[in-house]
Design a binder for this molecule. Structure first.
Ligand SMILES: O=C(O)c1cc(=O)[nH]c(=O)n1[C@@H]1O[C@H](COP(=O)(O)O)[C@@H](O)[C@H]1O
Length: 268
């Protein structure tokens, strides 16, 4: 039985026929004029992005880095409640990982959001406060999309395995509540395929399409487990209006639809 988060996500994917995750990374320097004067510009921006994109969206993924100040936290709370009002789950991209006593505090954010990204490098006890939340989705970083992702994650261990392969096996071992997902970048299609072969049943969050130029086909072909998984684009959707003609937010809606249609060509 999948965890409630993955049940909800599966239903949402079916209902909107989309595996698109829209990344809500509202860089204050790039917000359009229309929302700059608002009391909480990031919330005003996200609300309009959600309005424009939700019908094409399986999940919203705010990255915590864009909210780490007092107003940011208020904007995040409003954003999450609004997404929930549209029946869209929210995955907080926070990449948490700390000693148990601290991790327990971090994990409390799962009272507000539905899923979170976590960093495995402090080991199992650092993730226990997250993994024990049976309702939620816990996405463990396996192979990240950035250029330096290979520096550590592709290191070969004495066993002959790569580090990301070992992390993948550990994640499967830690998946007592069927609430684990993995983060694997679309910019690393070979690793995506290898990781999928290792864990056929774990859904992936695949960032790195769009602005980072990752492989959409590989993201869909290897990212989904029994049809469930997410392919994320943030800047490519929310800032599509910077270069498009017409309304800024309509452009975001169109970009979300285009990504959905493009990805759906590879869904079986
Ligand atoms: O955990 C993530 O979501 C993540 C993992 C990773 O390997 N690469 C990656 O880009 N991300 C996040 O996904 C989003 C990608 O943003 P765009 O490059 O604008 O689509 C950002 O919030 C990143 O922090």
């Amino acid at each position: 039985m999948p965890a409630p988060f993955f049940d909800w996500l599966g239903e949402r994917i079916e209902r909107v026929d989309s595996v698109v995750s829209v990344g809500l990374d509202p860089d204050l320097d790039r917000l359009p004029e229309a929302v700059r004067g608002a009391d909480l510009p990031r919330w005003a921006f996200n609300r309009r992005i959600i309005d424009a994109t939700h019908e094409h969206t399986a999940c919203f993924k705010p990255n915590a880095a864009f909210y780490e100040d007092a107003d940011g936290w208020r904007a995040l709370r409003e954003t999450v409640a609004y997404a929930h009002g549209k029946d869209v789950p929210v995955l907080l991209d926070a990449k948490r990982g700390d000693i148990g006593n601290t991790a327990r505090q971090y994990a409390d954010v799962l009272d507000m959001v539905d899923a979170i990204t976590v960093n495995p490098y402090l080991g199992r006890d650092a993730l226990d406060p997250f993994l024990s939340r049976e309702e939620n989705g816990i996405f463990i970083l396996a192979r990240t999309s950035n250029a330096g992702g290979a520096d550590l994650q592709n290191l070969e261990l004495a066993s002959g395995e790569r580090l990301y392969e070992h992390v993948t096996s550990l994640a499967a071992e830690w998946n007592d509540h069927d609430n684990v997902g993995l983060v694997v970048g679309a910019t690393a299609p070979e690793e995506l395929e290898e990781i999928r072969d290792r864990v056929p049943e774990i859904p992936f969050l695949v960032p790195g399409v769009g602005a980072q130029g990752g492989d959409e086909q590989a993201a869909v072909e290897h990212g989904l487990a029994d049809g469930v998984g997410l392919v994320n684009s943030s800047r490519g959707i929310i800032f599509a209006g910077e270069t498009a003609r017409g309304d800024f937010f309509d452009a975001a809606g169109q970009a979300a639809k285009n990504l959905k249609d493009g990805l759906n060509e590879y869904r079986s």
